[in-house]
Design a protein around this ligand. Structure first.
Ligand SMILES: C[S@@+](CC[C@H](N)C(=O)[O-])C[C@H]1O[C@@H](n2cnc3c(N)ncnc32)[C@H](O)[C@@H]1O
Length: 203
């Protein structure tokens, strides 16, 4: 049973994100439009990525919040997208996603929220084919001392408002420490410090 706040959050999410979304929509499009094979969309939320997947790619979209998942249903139309209502670290997912089976994993604005991102990244390594790609658009902890201080200060409250979202994760460092190697990566700022890129397994 979803909480009242989880429903409220899902209802307002797309509206709340409009101006932020305008600044990253081209990145989503560029990274996603030519994907082929089988792709995992991690924490697919309200389905913001769905518009950018072509009709041939097979997408497994995993989202633990039922209200968020419900909002994404209408965006599936005309696409080969399977919705799964599970946490990305739920062991049940291994029944659906086999080792070395994915051509790409898409992680957009989600590694800030997953409780154990290191466990998720270990799973990503298992699930990706040896030449599979991890596609990232994530906000990360600021590299500016003053801003980082305020992100740390505000984080406990933000975590409540943002349904578990953290302002102060060094997700970029974590990804690379797990053995993902950037084919391309960029840092930029849109209020928050952002990290985007395409990563491959450092075999
Ligand atoms: C900020 S939203 C981003 C949604 C979408 N990826 C996008 O780019 O718009 C973060 C999403 O991650 C989901 N999430 C949180 N914890 C998760 C977990 N452990 N496994 C999978 N998804 C998770 C949330 O429910 C939420 O829908």
């Amino acid at each position: 049973m979803s909480s009242f706040y989880a429903k409220f959050f899902a209802k307002l999410y797309d509206k709340f994100m409009v101006s932020f979304e305008e600044k990253i929509v081209k990145d989503r499009q560029r990274m996603l439009q030519n994907l082929t094979g089988t792709v995992l969309d991690v924490g697919s939320g309200t389905g913001v990525n769905f518009a950018h997947f072509n009709t041939k790619v097979r997408v497994i979209a995993v989202e633990p919040s039922k209200p968020m998942l419900d909002k994404s249903v209408e965006k599936v139309k005309g696409k080969n997208i399977t919705l799964i209502n599970l946490d990305i670290n739920d062991a049940k997912l291994h029944e659906t996603i086999k080792e070395n089976s994915l051509d790409a994993i898409v992680s957009t604005l989600v590694l800030c929220t997953i409780k154990n991102p290191d466990v998720a990244l270990d799973n990503f390594k298992k699930w990706l084919k040896p030449d599979g790609k991890l596609l990232i658009i994530e906000h990360i902890h600021s590299d500016k001392k003053r801003k980082a201080f305020f992100e740390n200060l505000f984080n406990p409250l933000w975590k409540i408002i943002g349904e578990g979202c953290n302002l102060n994760r060094h997700t970029d460092v974590l990804i690379k420490s797990k053995g993902f190697k950037p084919l391309e990566e960029h840092y930029f700022t849109i209020g928050l410090r952002m990290h985007k890129g395409i990563f491959t397994l450092d075999n």
